[in-house]
Design a protein around this ligand. Structure first.
Ligand SMILES: [Mn+2]
Length: 297
């Protein structure tokens, strides 16, 4: 039942123009684990109906931050290489009109073309919240296991990449060696726990902001513990809790150089009790609350 005194986040997110943009990019055909991440944009939008617009902690009401739903790109049947132009152009075009953009994947393969859209790569920073390094080789084509490797190959300096939430027994020494060689900052999940999510994310953003003009944040839901992200094929026990991902998203939203947040690797067909889509929707709202706290342009 609708209550005029309980505004739903789903109604807020349906706007047509605003300071925050929402764009679905349902790429999913080059996933290591085949699935239906193309269904995630609709599932995350639907989950917004279960939330209100009010951030109790900060006092922000998202109704004060107009949002524009830019719909979904028609790329679900395409491979990342085939969709590259469409995705990078759409991201670049969207960023002309909004202060910040939330991308609903799709699998993690969207991060490669989307970063190009947010580019140029020489002055773009990348913060990944992910259990994995995503540094696999490119010989078999682009996919959800190699977006970071692809960006390095295209000219993004490794010193402009920070990867937090990396998990043991979910990566390999060969790709960790690539990260070291390329000067990527890698923060294992144990270090996130020890230092706290706020210190880690604030520190990463400060480090990147000293080197770049714009920052892209890639939030792979598999950074969450599997208990909280059963729909993310790569999630494993030992990951972050949803409140940590929400705090991370809020801090990123508040940072003036963060232009894009992607939410990727949600296969709604694997979800249980909407656990993963509700976590993703919460991250979207926390990010938006952070953006609302920025100065208007
Ligand atoms: Mn990933």
């Amino acid at each position: 039942m609708d209550d005029p005194n309980w505004p739903r986040a789903s109604a807020w997110a349906r706007g047509t123009e605003g300071r925050l943009g929402l764009l679905g990019i349902p790429l999913h055909r080059a996933s290591i684990t085949p699935g239906r991440c193309d269904l995630a944009p609709a599932a995350v939008r639907a989950a917004l109906a279960r939330y209100s617009t009010w951030d109790f902690e900060s006092g922000v009401d998202l109704r004060d931050l107009p949002a524009a739903d830019l719909g979904d790109l028609d790329v679900a049947t395409r491979l990342p290489e085939e969709a590259f132009e469409a995705v990078s152009r759409a991201v670049a075009a969207a960023l002309i009109d909004v202060q910040a953009l939330v991308l609903l994947g799709g699998d993690n393969s969207i991060t490669w073309p989307a970063c190009h859209g947010a580019g140029p790569l020489e002055s773009l920073g990348l913060l990944t919240l992910d259990a994995h390094l995503d540094l696999r080789g490119l010989d078999g084509g682009h996919g959800n296991g190699n977006p970071v490797r692809a960006l390095l190959a295209d000219g993004m300096p490794g010193s402009q990449v920070v990867q937090a939430g990396i998990q043991s027994f979910a990566n390999s020494p060969a790709y960790a060696q690539v990260a070291r060689r390329e000067n990527i900052t890698v923060i294992p999940v144990e270090e996130v726990r020890a230092r706290g999510i706020e210190a880690v994310v604030s520190g990463a953003l400060d480090r990147l902001a000293a080197r770049v003009d714009r920052i892209y944040v890639d939030l792979d839901l598999d950074v969450l513990d599997r208990a909280f992200a059963p729909a993310a094929p790569g999630s494993r026990p030992g990951g972050l809790a949803p409140w940590e991902a929400r705090r991370a998203a809020a801090i990123c939203g508040r940072h003036p150089k963060v232009r894009v947040l992607d939410l990727v690797e949600i296969d709604p067909q694997r979800d249980l009790a909407e656990t993963t889509v509700l976590a993703a929707a919460a991250c979207l709202l926390s990010f938006a609350s952070g953006v609302a706290g920025r100065k208007a342009p």
